[in-house]
Structure formats: structure tokens, C-alpha cells
Design a protein around this ligand. Structure first.
Ligand SMILES: *Cc1c(COP(=O)(O)O)cnc(C)c1O
Length: 410
């Protein structure tokens, strides 16, 4: 938890993100290792009994036990905070672990949450159902209609607004600054799930979000290897409110996974920009294909919040797109979607995205399969919808793969 970067200077706001991505983190150890060390140690030896007491009491900085803090995890937290432009970050075992920690640390029975109805399927379940059992009430609202968010607020009871932008898998974009203003007017915090863009494209804190949530499993690792999560925000929130609960709740990130993400962050910007460029090319091509009813991609001028997306996302659409096949009925739509997916050879049929390898999924029967038909319909997840997480393969090869799928329509 040492407060210094590799160089004192790196704390300065004048460094570019690409520099911070390879330089920000903890200082080197006494060995002078050039690449960050992996501290696979569950506990840390204390100088003496007095020192141990002072560290456990929080009067002195130092590593104690890896459920609370670990040098490799701290390096990843510092690097991610530097990229998100926040004072601090706290790593968690997974993205869902980050949301669990957030709710455990900031809410109590009787509190109220306003959440977009287009968030990740597991988020809908966790926030609405699991935390509902503990007396936290959630109102689900439209991703894009600010008036609906406003009318859902209950002054004095609403503590959190939770948004994910762009949303998975429809890539609907919400206005972070407008939601932050709403939240702050009512004394609530705005949390933004930044998985889709990553800080390479979008920094929600710059638009007023109080907490930025990550699944490090996606673009931050970027190579499909580990589960990881994080919450980024101010020191009073991260260290004052989240960390004490993390210490007892134990939703901690393993040092090995933290090291993988730490190294993944070094190439984040290169990967995400390349994936964005390919996704835009594929989205534009898909729009013109017979049998494709609609393409969802924020980089397309036809996207309903294109201008807003470009202003929040550094002018890029991101590495994920989805599209809907035309069909006469939900049954036919599902059949067509399955036939397309099964005809691809390059794309992996797997639920992840943000990997070096392109992935293809049918959200209605996978990521959103546990939702009731009503919840699915409210979230706009139809049977003909297909999501593609664009990888780093040559764009022509991905296009040819999807073209083979489109050609196989039953
Ligand atoms: C994957 C994902 C999560 C959950 O993250 P895990 O690391 O799988 O727990 C949350 N939100 C979004 C947008 C995601 O894509």
C-alpha cells in the first residue's frame, strides 16, 4: 500500500495514459527487478511485535496478509487507478465480486438503488434478487431515458445509481455526466461499469462518476486468462469505506491474477484501439448484409446515441458489437442464430469478450439465459441477437468467418 509510484514523478497528471500503463505501480523491491515481481505470499513477516501492532492498528503502512493487501495486487491497483484517473482502486476476485463488495460496503436494509435494466445479466440477478433478500430495494430503469432515472429517485433513500455503458450486448450508451448530476442532487453515488470500453477509451470519473467498476476478466487482462475485478474512486470511498469491508469479506484478488492483469494493462490501449478499428469495419459491413435486421455498435452513425458515445469514448466504438438476424418468429430467429454460430470456424463459441481471440455468443440462451422471458424482453435481448467480441485476428478473416455463418441461414 505504499503511496509512491515507480518514480515519484509518475503521480503527476502530465503523463500520458500509455506511459502510465507501463510505468505506474509500486516502487521496485530491493532486488531492482525491471519487470514487476509476483509476490505469491499469503502473509508478510513483521519487523517486531511493536511494528506488527502498529500495522494491524493502521498506524503504520505495511503489508500484513494478502486478504487485505499484497504488493503485486497493490501495484495493479495503482496502475489501474492511474489509468482511470482516480485517487485509488481496490482489486476484487472478479467483476461480480466488485459489485458484491460495493453493495455490502455502501448499503444497508431500507436503502434504494436505481439501476439500468440493460446491465449484465448476473448484475441484474445480484442487485435485484440477492440484495433484495437483505432489504435493499432496486428500481430498474431504461438505459437511455434520463427522465425515467429521475422519476425513480427517492430522496433520502436512494444511495446508488448503477449504470453500465455501453451496455452488454446491445451497446446502448448512457449519459454519464447527466446521471452523475442526478445522483449528486439526491445525495447518491453514481457507479459506472466500465468493462466495455476500459480506461483506454472511457474514464467515467472524468464525467463525474463516483466509482468505476471493472471486470478485469475482459479487456484489462485482455488475453482470456484470469478472473479479476476492481472498484476505482476517491480515497475516502475506496480506503475508508470499501477496504474495511474487503478485509473481513475476503473478496480479494489473488496475487497471481493481479500480476496477469498488471501485465495486461501494459498493452491495453494498443489492443483496445485495434479491436475498435476492426469492430467498426465489421459493424459497417454487417449493416449491408441481407438477413441482418440491425447492427448495434456505438461507432456507427446509425447508433441512437452515436454522438454521445463518441464524446465519452475517445471517438471509438469499442471492441464489442451485436447484431439481430431477421426472422418471422422467435423460434426461427433462434434457429438462424444457432446456425450462424455453428457455421463459424474462427470465432470461439464462448461467453467471454475482450480476448485476443474473437468470440461469438447467443445472449438469449447464455449470458441472459437465467433471466425470465419478461426480464429478457425488457432488456431487449431477442432470440435472433448475436454478440461478437472482436479479437486481434486480421479483420478480413473475422469478416469471412461471419460471412460463412450468414451464408448458412436455414
Ligand atoms: C463480465 C462482466 C461482468 C462480470 O465480471 P466477472 O469478472 O465475470 O465476474 C460485469 N459486467 C460486465 C459488463 C461484464 O461484461
Amino acid at each position: 500500500m505504499s503511496g509512491r509510484g515507480i518514480d515519484d514523478d509518475l503521480a503527476g497528471a502530465h503523463w500520458h495514459a500509455q506511459t502510465l500503463a507501463v510505468r505506474a505501480g509500486l516502487p521496485r523491491s530491493a532486488h531492482g527487478e525491471h519487470s514487476e515481481a509476483l509476490f505469491l505470499s499469503s502473509s508478510f513477516v513483521q519487523p517486531d511485535a511493536e511494528g506488527a501492532a502498529a500495522r494491524f492498528a493502521g498506524d503504520e503502512e505495511g503489508f500484513l496478509y494478502s486478504r487485505f493487501s499484497n504488493p503485486t495486487v497493490a501495484a495493479m491497483e495503482q496502475r489501474l487507478a492511474a489509468l482511470e484517473g482516480t485517487e485509488a482502486a481496490l482489486a476484487t476476485a472478479s467483476g461480480m465480486g466488485a459489485i458484491t463488495l460495493l453493495m455490502l460496503a455502501l448499503l444497508q436494509a431500507g436503502d434504494h438503488v436505481v439501476c439500468s435494466r440493460s446491465v449484465f445479466g448476473a448484475t441484474l440477478k445480484l442487485v435485484g434478487e440477492t440484495f433484495g433478500r437483505f432489504g435493499v430495494e432496486t428500481t430498474f430503469v431504461s438505459q437511455t431515458d434520463i427522465a425515467e432515472w429521475r422519476s425513480a429517485l427517492r430522496p433520502g433513500r436512494t444511495r446508488l445509481l448503477f449504470a453500465e455503458t455501453p451496455s452488454n450486448p446491445l451497446t446502448e450508451v448512457c449519459d454519464i455526466a447527466a446521471l452523475a448530476a442526478l445522483a449528486h442532487d439526491c445525495g447518491a453515488l453514481l457507479v459506472v461499469d466500465n468493462c466495455f470500453c476500459s480506461p483506454a477509451l472511457q474514464r467515467p470519473a472524468d464525467f463525474g462518476a463516483d466509482l468505476v467498476m471493472h471486470s478485469g476478466t475482459k479487456f484489462l487482462d485482455g488475453q482470456g486468462r484470469v478472473l479479476a475485478g476492481a472498484l476505482c474512486g476517491t480515497r475516502p470511498i475506496v480506503e475508508g469505506r470499501l477496504l474495511p469491508v474487503q478485509r473481513s469479506a475476503g473478496i480479494s484478488l489473488s496475487p497471481f491474477n493481479a500480476w496477469v492483469v498488471l501485465k495486461g494493462l501494459e498493452t491495453l490501449s494498443l489492443r483496445v484501439r485495434a479491436q475498435s478499428a476492426s469492430a467498426l469495419e465489421l459493424a459497417a459491413w454487417l449493416q449491408d448484409q441481407p438477413g441482418v435486421a440491425r447492427v448495434h455498435y456505438p461507432g456507427l452513425a446509425s447508433h441512437a446515441q452515436h454522438a454521445l458515445a463518441m464524446s465519452q469514448q475517445s471517438g471509438q466504438g469499442g471492441g464489442v458489437l451485436s447484431f439481430e438476424l431477421s426472422a418471422a418468429s422467435p423460434e426461427q430467429a433462434r434457429k438462424r442464430a444457432f446456425a450462424l454460430i455453428d457455421a463459424t470456424r474462427l470465432c470461439s463459441i464462448t461467453a467471454n469478450f475482450g480476448d485476443t481471440r474473437s468470440t461469438i455468443t447467443h445472449p438469449a440462451s447464455t449470458s441472459h439465459g437465467r433471466l425470465s422471458p419478461q426480464q429478457r424482453e425488457a432488456a431487449g435481448i431477442g432470440q435472433g441477437l448475436i454478440r461478437v467480441g472482436v479479437g486481434l485476428e486480421h479483420v478480413d478473416d473475422i469478416r469471412n468467418d461471419l460471412a460463412r455463418g450468414l451464408g448458412m441461414q436455414p
